[in-house]
Design a protein around this ligand. Sequence first.
Ligand code: ADP
Ligand code: MG
Length: 306
Amino acid sequence: MIRFDNVTKTYMRGQHPAVENLDIEFSRGEFVFLVGASGSGKSTMMRMVLKEVAPTRGTVYVAGRDLSRIPSWRVPALRRDIGMVFQDFRLLPSKTAYQNIEFALAVIGTPRKVVRRLVPEMLEMVGLEDKGKRLPHELSGGEQQRVAIARAYVNRPTILLADEPTGNLDPSTAEGILELLSEINERGTTVVMATHDQSAVDRMRRRVVEMVGGKVVRDEQDGRYETEGALSVISGNLPDDSAHREEHPLDDVESRDGSGAGQDVSAREDEPASDVLEEELIDEREARLAQEEDAFSEDEDEEGLR
Ligand code: ADP
Ligand code: MG
C-alpha cells in the first residue's frame, strides 16, 4: 500500500537528513503508530506519501505507483485517495461543521445529491449529527477533530494519515478520537498515525514504528510505546547529531527543487505482483466512484498513470 524504498530526504544541503535510507512498507488495512521524538522524521514521511515533499534519494510507492512518476496534474487524484488529519484540526474557521465536510466533496465536483447523503452520514459516524450548524469555534477540540476526521474520510480514502491527531486533546477526548480512527481502520482504510500518546499506543497494541533521527530503530507488531526496560529517546531529545553534519552532502542536487528530476526510474521494473493487484483494486474503486458520482472535476485519463 505504502512503500519507502531506500528513501532519504535532506531539506537543506549539509543538514542531517530528515529521513535516511528508509526501507519500510505499510500494508493495506494496517494500523501503524509512528512514534519518535519531535524532529525524528514522522511528518516528513507523511508529506512524502502525499507528494508534498519529494525524496532526495529513493522511491516512495503508494498503491504500487512510484510517486515521482505521477504527473502534477494527477496529484489531486492521489490526494483524494489519502485522508489527512492534523494536530491543529485545520478546519475552515468561517464554515460550519457541515460545510467543512461538504467542502471536501464540492472541490472534487461531487453531485449535490450525493453530498446531501454523505455529509449527514459522516456527521453521524463521528457522533455530531446535531452539531452540523456549529462553527469550529463553537465546538470543543475533540469535536473539531471529529469534524476533521469526517472531512478526511468522506471520500472513503484507502489511506488515512493522522499527524499527532490527539496532541491537543485531553486523555479521555483522545480516547474517543482513537476509537474513531480504529473504526475507520476496521472499515478497511490503512491508518498511519504519528503520536506521542503513550497510553493510546499501549492500549491498542498495534504495529509500532519508532523513529530516531530519521531512521527506523524499532518496528514491532503488537508493540508498545516504549520497549520495556529500554532507555528510550522517544520523549526526550534527539541524540547529538552534530558529528553527522556535513556527512550527507546531497548527491542528487537536481531533485532538490521537488521536481523529482534525476531520480532512478528503473526501479519500476521491480514492483512486486501484490502491488499490481493493489493498483487494480484502486482503479476499480476509482471507476466505481466515477460511476456513482459521475462528475470528476478533471479528465481522469487513466493512460496518464501507466
Ligand atoms: P517530526 O514530525 O518527527 O517532528 P519532521 O519530519 O517534522 O519530524 O522533521 C524532521 C527533520 O527535518 C527536523 O530536523 C526538521 O527540523 C527538519 N525539517 C522538517 N521540515 C523542514 C523544512 N520544510 N525545511 C527544512 N527542514 C525541515
Ligand atoms: Mg511532526
